[in-house]
Every structure is written in C-alpha cells, then in structure tokens.
Ligand binder design. Structure first.
Ligand code: NAP
Length: 323
C-alpha cells in the first residue's frame, strides 16, 4: 500500500494555479479555507442568491458565480451533494478550460456514471475520511485527516502529482494519503454507510433500546445503556484498536461481548452484508439516490420527521441532550 505524507509530496503542481471550489457546505467550507491558509489561490463557486456567499466572503475567500469560478480556474473541485453532480457537471462543462483538472471528494458520481468527464480533463479523487468540520479543526491544530486519492483520467500526464499536491494543501498529507480508485472508494464508502457505521450501528442501538423498553426498563436507563455508551467504545477503539479496547474493559463486559456479539452478528447477517455489497456494486443504491433527488427527497424527509418524534429522541432530550 502506498502511504504518502507531506515530505513525500511535491506541492508545486498547485503553484500559480487557481482552484475553484463548487459548494460551501461541509467539505467545501473546510477545503477552501484549508487551501487558502496553505497559500493557494481559491475561489468559491456558488449559485446566484446562495445563502453561503456572505459566510464565504466573511472568511476572506473570493466568491463568484459557479460558471465564472469554473472559467477562471485550472482546478475545479466539485463539493456539492453527490446526487446533483450530473446536472452540475453538464452546466459547467462548457466553462471548463481546455486541459483543466476536475476533482471530487467521493467517487460515487464518476463510478456510477452521473458524470462523464470530457476527454481533455484530468480527473482525480481526494477523499478525506471524515467530515469537513474535523478536516478544518485538525488543519487549524497543525494536524491532518487521512484521505484516499485516485486518478480516473490522466489527460495531462500530471494528474497524480496534482492530486497529491491538492491533498497536501488541504492538510491530509500530515496524516497520510492512501492510493485507491474511484470504484474502491465509492463502493467501500457506500457499503459502510449502509451496512456498518451509519446504517447498521444506529439500527442496532435503536433495536437494543426498544428491546429494553419493551422488557420494562425505563427509557432513560435503556438510553444510557444502549446509546449513551457508544462514545466510550468509539474512543477506546480509536485509541487502542478493537483488541486493545477489549483488554481494558471489565472481564464481565469482555465475556458478555464475546458471547453475545457473535449471536447478534451471525452468518446470516454476514450474508446480508455480502448482498448489500453486491447491490452497491451493481449500482442499485446510486439509482435510489438519483430517484430520491428527482422526487424531492420524500423518504429522507419522512424518516427525519419520524426520528425527531421518536421515544428515543424524546428520551435524549429529557436527559438534557447529554449522556
Ligand atoms: N459531508 C462529509 O463529511 C463528506 C466527507 C467526505 C466526502 N464528502 C463528499 O464531499 C462532497 C460534498 O459533500 P458535502 O456533504 O460537503 O455537501 P453539502 O454540505 O450538502 O454541500 C452543500 C453545498 O453545495 C451547494 N450546492 C447544492 N446544490 C448546488 C448546485 N446545484 N449548484 C451549485 N452548488 C450547489 C450548496 O449551495 P448553497 O450554499 O447555495 O445552498 C452548498 O454550498 C460530496 O461528494 C460528498 O460525498 C463529504
């Protein structure tokens, strides 16, 4: 595995280049500010009337309409929501300079064909492995966030050094850049979102909470047990790995976890995980995402409203929003 840090990376491919960041949301805000602080010429491209323009300008960044930002830059980073990359790319394509570089922080829209980049463009991936808020705070603390990089199209012959220089400029070279591909990053990320951290874990917490409450335990105690302890194990795994975490918890918790964990995550669950991975690879989820956006996000709105009114959320609020 290639694992590159600042000392291995030449920053010069970005020297004297302008980077247009499209979107000033979670990643757009963090990446544009980190680039700016690294001395890169950045312009934030926003839609007319965007509510983010004042904040971006107030942070000392140049702001322009999307098409003007694109036309002025040698490197264009698409940091708008994945499901609108297709229409956004079609809107900016006529404004992209001949031989420009197009960057992404998630492989989804290229891997699943939302975007089919023009042949003269370099196309790279620089995917920080965490939210923009942490990317920014780590940078300000002199640290960085691990990121994956990849090249989809190398029209100039310089796409790789450019991708690495970009990763260095947003601070990820302080932690390490790992070589991947658009397909690997997109598939692994979607799999994790659905089956593990963002899909499986919350549903496991909810199922545990419901089981205790149905068994006569008060919602407060059920919440503290099943949800409130999550940050403790997350911090231990972050600091010591899974084996190290098991060594510092009580023998009671360790034996309980050993016997109970494999009854919950059994062969049937592993087979369902394999099925989810196959469906992700077949583009089933990408199609769902495209349809959800086209329909105006009805399933997401409905699920958000249900979750806000749930007993679990009301218990969280009764506990003062803290555990
Ligand atoms: N969120 C994360 O932690 C994270 C982590 C790693 C990678 N990524 C990837 O980073 C990319 C950006 O994700 P994100 O979560 O940062 O997105 P986000 O916060 O939802 O992006 C919002 C920004 O996109 C702009 N935008 C929306 N539609 C637009 C359009 N049609 N034209 C121009 N701008 C538009 C919004 O403009 P307005 O200000 O006008 O509303 C806003 O500034 C995605 O590819 C995502 O997969 C995200």
């Amino acid at each position: 595995m290639q694992f590159l840090r600042d000392a291995d990376i030449d920053p010069s491919p970005l020297t004297a280049k302008r980077v247009a960041i499209l979107g000033f949301g979670n990643q757009g805000r963090a990446q544009s500010l980190n680039l700016h602080d690294s001395g890169i010429d950045v312009v934030v491209g926003l839609r007319g009337g965007s509510g983010s323009a004042n904040e971006a300008e107030g942070s000392g960044l140049k702001v322009a309409l999307v098409e003007d930002a694109v036309a002025s830059a040698q490197v264009v980073m698409i940091l708008a929501p994945d499901e609108i990359h297709g229409p956004l790319y079609r809107e900016i394509e006529p404004h992209l300079r001949e031989g420009a570089a197009l960057g992404f922080s998630h492989g989804l829209s290229v891997r699943f064909g939302f975007v089919e980049p023009r042949a003269d463009l370099d196309v790279f991936l620089l995917a920080p492995k965490g939210p923009g808020t942490a990317l920014r705070s780590l940078y300000r603390d002199g640290k960085g966030m691990i990121a994956l990089w990849a090249v989809h199209q190398d029209a100039s012959g310089n796409a790789k050094p450019l991708a690495l220089a970009y990763g260095r400029a947003i601070g990820c070279g302080r932690a390490g850049l790992i070589a991947s591909s658009f397909a690997e990053e997109a598939e692994a990320d979607l799999f994790n979102e659905q089956a593990v951290v963002w899909g499986g874990v919350p549903e496991l917490l909810i199922a545990g909470f419901d089981t205790l409450v149905e068994g006569g335990v008060s919602p407060e105690v059920a919440y503290l047990e099943c949800v409130g302890e999550l940050h403790l194990i997350a911090e231990l795994i972050e600091a010591r790995g899974i084996a190290g975490m098991r060594e510092v918890i009580s023998n009671t918790a360790e034996l309980g976890g050993l016997l109970g964990g494999k009854r919950i995550i059994n062969d049937e669950i592993r087979q369902r995980m394999t099925k989810i991975l196959a469906e992700v690879r077949a583009g089933r989820f990408a199609e769902e995402l495209r349809r959800e956006e086209a329909d105006g996000y009805p399933r997401l709105e409905h699920a958000r409203s249900d979750a806000r009114g749930s007993l679990l959320q009301r218990t969280f609020e009764r506990l003062g929003g803290k555990t």
